[in-house]
Write a protein that binds this ligand. Structure first.
Ligand code: AMP
Length: 452
């Protein structure tokens, strides 16, 4: 593979890339950088985690270094649109790190904070603006920013913009951009609306596609645990107490659910914090910063808040609730196994989540290896008294009974070894667990107490 030094990039940029510890370009970088340096429009099918930020930032910085102009008030030369505050902040930080020594002015614009500092930065003149659509549009409408001098426009995570309902804002912003510009559009998927937008926006684009979903996913040890909804708290706590667990990102479907988990874990002396849309920007930044620095080992997040989060060293992702959209599953588990490392993704599936599971397995074309979780009452941890459990509904009715499976209580049972469904064994009974099963400790520890 081509090395960074072999790319015709500005010396300072090459040095900064080296300082960042990058040895060779990732596939999206190797493919995109030469195309962008030639000034082509680009359609990049890639998601966060592939190195796409550097893929677009390095050529942009090179262009600005090669074509210096004094930054004009209110009129940025480069606009990068990203769907969330976290992602836009991260992009800005990356741009600043890769562009050290080039004396370019970069700022980020997003909602949820006062606009004063952002307006001030725009007035002082910026080369690069990284923005979320809502606040940018707001500032445009107030006359604090004008886009007719934009030379390079990047639309990042276009499919997420659509999911999050920003696509109309994006269209309004795009309408204010000049005709002549270089445009880059990145998206992990190509729903029809994005394909239409891309066709309108891009002129003779070069297409670059990387398939991080499979490459990232391959490095992730994916597990599924069938459990009752009420047992999820203690199951999570047990997992978090495992030795192998370092930084863990826990996903919930709702903000309220995230808060409740924080209360529960804090009550059990597990330091954690939540990030979601109801938290102030400073609370979110603080939580993320504490998590990045390892001050807290557990971060609870909703999908939108977690989008684009890039934290090195996330050893585990826990899907406390399965995502409604199958695609979010891939985005969520991609928060682990970053930058070539391995990771573990554990998903809980309760009695209400079968349809979500089916959608996910269909989308990832994989049947997740499963375990059943049986809560054990506090007072009878050592007793073999079986508890009711929610069992793998996917097992074939004529599969072997779970008790026969106790010897193979591994995390990757073969299909034929999967426990029989509850129906086949009597309503809601599950198979009686033997002492041996309960005392066997699998990787995620299956000797739990029942929540009272
Ligand atoms: P991104 O997809 O841009 O969010 O990048 C994902 C992660 O990969 C970030 O932590 C980057 O710092 C890191 N990264 C980007 N490019 C490289 C590279 N060429 N070599 C190693 N790590 C990289």
């Amino acid at each position: 593979m081509q090395k960074f030094e072999e790319m015709p990039l500005n010396e300072s940029i090459l040095k900064n890339v080296k300082d960042a510890g990058y040895e060779s370009p990732t596939p999206i970088q190797a493919q995109s950088i030469p195309i962008l340096l030639e000034g082509h429009d680009l359609l990049g099918i890639a998601q966060t985690g592939t190195g796409k930020t550097a893929a677009f930032s390095l050529p942009i910085l090179h262009y600005l270094a090669k074509n210096p102009l004094r930054a004009a008030p209110l009129e940025p030369r480069v606009l990068i649109l990203a769907p969330t505050r976290e992602l836009s902040s991260q992009i800005k930080e990356s741009v600043i790190a890769y562009g050290k020594g080039l004396h370019l002015k970069t700022a980020v614009i997003f909602g949820g904070v006062g606009q004063g500092a952002q307006v001030q930065a725009l007035r002082s003149g910026l080369d690069i603006v990284v923005a979320t659509p809502g606040r940018l549009l707001d500032l445009m409408n107030q006359g604090h920013v004008r886009l007719h001098r934009v030379e390079i426009f990047v639309l990042d995570e276009a499919d997420r913009m659509l999911d999050m309902g920003f696509i109309n804002d994006v269209r309004k912003i795009v309408a204010k951009l000049p005709e002549k510009k270089q445009t880059l559009l990145f998206s992990a998927t190509m729903p029809p609306e994005i394909a239409t937008l891309a066709a309108k926006l891009l002129k003779n684009p070069k297409r670059v596609e990387v398939t991080p979903q499979s490459t990232t996913v391959e490095r992730i040890d994916q597990k599924l645990i069938f459990c009752k909804k009420a047992d999820k708290y203690q199951l999570l706590r047990k997992i978090l107490q495992e030795d192998s667990v370092e930084l863990t990102l826990v996903f919930t479907r709702t903000k309220h659910g995230a808060n409740k988990i924080v209360d529960y874990l804090n009550h059990h002396q597990i330091q954690c914090a939540a990030i979601h849309g109801n938290k102030s920007q400073s609370a979110r930044e603080q939580a993320l910063d504490n998590f990045k620095k390892g001050k807290i080992k557990v971060l609870i997040a909703t999908d939108i808040a977690a989008r684009g989060i890039d934290v090195q060293g996330v050893s585990h992702v826990v899907n406390y609730d399965l995502p409604v959209e199958a695609e979010s599953y891939v985005h969520r588990i991609g928060r682990t196994a970053r930058a070539g490392k391995d990771g573990v993704a554990i998903s809980f599936c309760d009695e209400t989540e079968n349809d979500a599971l089916k959608r996910i397995e269909r989308a990832i074309k994989l049947r997740l290896p499963s375990e059943n979780f049986v809560g054990v009452p506090e007072a009878s941890v050592k007793s073999s008294k079986p508890q009711k459990s929610y069992r793998d509904p996917r097992a074939k009715p004529n599969g072997r009974p779970a008790s026969a499976n106790s010897e193979q209580n591994t995390l990757r049972p073969e299909r034929s070894q999967r426990p029989a469904p509850a129906r086949a064994q009597g309503q809601n009974q599950g198979a009686p667990r033997t002492d041996k099963t309960e005392n066997q400790k699998t990787k995620v520890g299956f000797k739990f107490r029942n929540r009272k």
